[in-house]
Design a protein around this ligand. Structure first.
Ligand code: IMP
Length: 497
């Protein structure tokens, strides 16, 4: 038995940063949040760099294609959740790779034989009022017509009316052809006073829609991360069970980086999975592993070939692993320990293996603390689940809007592969909860605020880049009384009266 008597499991809320010298160069506009995603030799650049140090959690309620697109456009990266059939996960990856600003890939279509009732169901489900009508009802089938909310009256029309009786048929549609630029598409929309322009290929198959409303909202995204082919970067979660089939399908779909998703990654199953990937693909396929909470776990997975290591057990907002199994470690303590191991490994080998702090980041200042403690990038679930772009519906509870957020280890997600130990069926107990989070609006608006705060704190610490923050940050522990001192105190707040 090893008892870590001097090891207190500490978390972010127990620390503060002590300011360093803020030189005149230290202004937010000079701060770079660029960071390495995968391992590289010291002195070289990582083959995948993020422009902001954020990745979204490998979770059903967080990382779908819409969020992945928006995050990549803002400089971070999503890992599309792996707790779904291989083909649907690969399809989500393809949707991100196919993304072209202003060109929308339809997620669901109908056929002419469907009914008005089917149209109403689909509109309620997707909240999109334009439906492509294709020969087989698939998003990329042969385009036969279009239905919009102007084509039917819910109260008056018979729900069993066939779509073919009220759709606008293909012969009457104005369409664009694949290869058209956004500027040209917008010109057609303008000239013909259209709301939607379907874009088809040479065989009349539906490729995209361009919507009138996107015309104004087409924005500049200077932080966007894309490959040499200009396609957005996207990651995907995998498990240690079906990787021999899942990995090839994801690679075929164009995924840029993989991550083994597990609550406890210090296992021979992860070792074998990493070795298989490296044997099959060499360095062409990048794969992260975890989660670990100490140097032993870090070194084990690095030896197996991991390209980055994820740190954190039990700190996630929806996580009950510590209560259920009694394993884990305070996130700050885990991170500091693993970052030291990473730095020593770098000194010994000349190889830098990035680490990711996963779970438990609640306040924006926690994010700077995690970076200062050595994290190269941060994985967040709750933070992203609150935004319009997450895959869940916005609901109203009383006067508040919320979004649903559930753990991968909850009965709802049923992602037992993330927790099982080689396939034992008896281990299916919950390690996560099903919950709501406050709805927070558009990702971009929230990111601007969060990143603004991170940059301001970095300037206070005298650092205009993440490596400098990691090297020079001064961190202090706080007492419970100083936490009280840190909030508004001994005043009567006006908004409470
Ligand atoms: P959050 O950002 O604090 O919400 O934490 C998100 C992280 O919690 C994820 O990236 C996972 O590492 C972890 N996680 C996701 N689902 C579960 C679960 O059901 N139980 C325990 N941890 C989970």
């Amino acid at each position: 038995m090893a008892v870590y008597l001097n090891d207190v499991s500490r978390t972010f809320g127990e620390y503060l940063l002590i300011p360093g010298l803020t030189t005149k160069q230290c202004v937010p506009t000079n701060v770079s949040l660029k960071t390495s995603l995968v391992k590289h030799n010291v002195g070289d650049k990582s083959s995948i760099e993020l422009n902001i140090p954020f990745v979204s959690a490998i979770m059903q309620s967080v990382s779908g294609p819409e969020l992945a697109i928006e995050l990549a456009r803002n400089g971070g990266l999503s890992f599309i959740f792996g707790s779904q059939p291989i083909e649907s996960q690969a399809e989500m990856v393809r949707r991100v790779k196919k993304f072209k600003a202003g060109f929308v890939t339809s997620d669901s279509n109908l056929t002419p034989e469907n009914t008005l009732a089917d149209v109403i169901d689909l509109v309620n489900k997707t909240e999109h009022s334009t439906i492509g009508i294709t020969d087989d009802g698939t998003p990329n089938g042969k385009l036969l017509g279009l239905v919009t909310s102007r084509d039917y009256r819910i109260e008056k029309d018979d729900p069993s009316t066939k779509v073919k009786e009220f759709m606008t048929p293909f012969a009457k549609l104005i369409v664009g052809e694949v290869g058209i630029t956004l500027k040209e598409a917008n010109q057609i929309i303008w000239d013909h006073k259209l709301n939607t322009l379907p874009i088809i290929d040479k065989d009349q198959n539906l490729a995209y829609f361009v919507f009138r409303k996107d015309y104004d909202s087409h924005r500049e995204n200077p932080n966007e991360i894309s490959g040499a082919d200009k396609k957005l970067l996207v990651g995907a979660g995998i498990n240690t069970r079906d990787y021999t089939e899942r990995v090839p399908a994801l690679v075929e779909a164009g995924v840029d980086v993989l991550c083994i998703d597990s609550s406890d990654g210090y296992s021979e199953w992860q070792y074998e999975t990493l070795q298989w990937i490296k044997k099959e693909y060499g360095d062409k396929v990048k794969v992260g592993a975890g989660n670990v909470v100490d140097r032993d776990g870090f070194l084990y997975l690095v030896k197996a070939g991991a390209d980055f290591i994820k740190v954190g057990i039990g700190g996630g907002s929806i996580c009950i692993t510590r209560e259920q199994k009694g394993i884990g470690r305070g996130q700050a303590t885990a991170l500091i320990d693993v970052a030291q191991a990473r730095d020593e490994y770098k000194e010994q080998t000349g190889i830098y293996v990035p680490i990711c702090s996963d779970g438990g980041l609640v306040h924006d200042y926690h994010m700077v603390l995690a970076l200062a403690m050595g994290a190269d990038f941060l994985m967040m679930g709750r933070y992203f689940a609150r935004f319009d772009e997450s895959p869940t519906k916005k609901l109203r509870i009383g006067n508040n809007f919320v979004k649903e957020y559930w753990g991968e280890g909850s009965n709802r997600a049923q992602n037992w592969q993330r927790y099982d130990m080689g396939g034992s069926a008896s281990l299916k107990f919950e390690e996560g909860v099903d919950s709501y989070v406050p709805y927070a609006g558009k990702m971009k608006d929230n990111l601007n605020l969060t990143l603004g705060k991170i940059k301001a704190t970095m300037c206070s610490c005298g650092a205009i880049a993440i490596p400098a923050l990691q090297k020079n940050a001064k961190i202090t522990l706080v007492s419970s009384t100083s936490i009280v001192e840190g909030g508004a105190h001994d005043v009567i707040l006006k908004e409470q009266n």
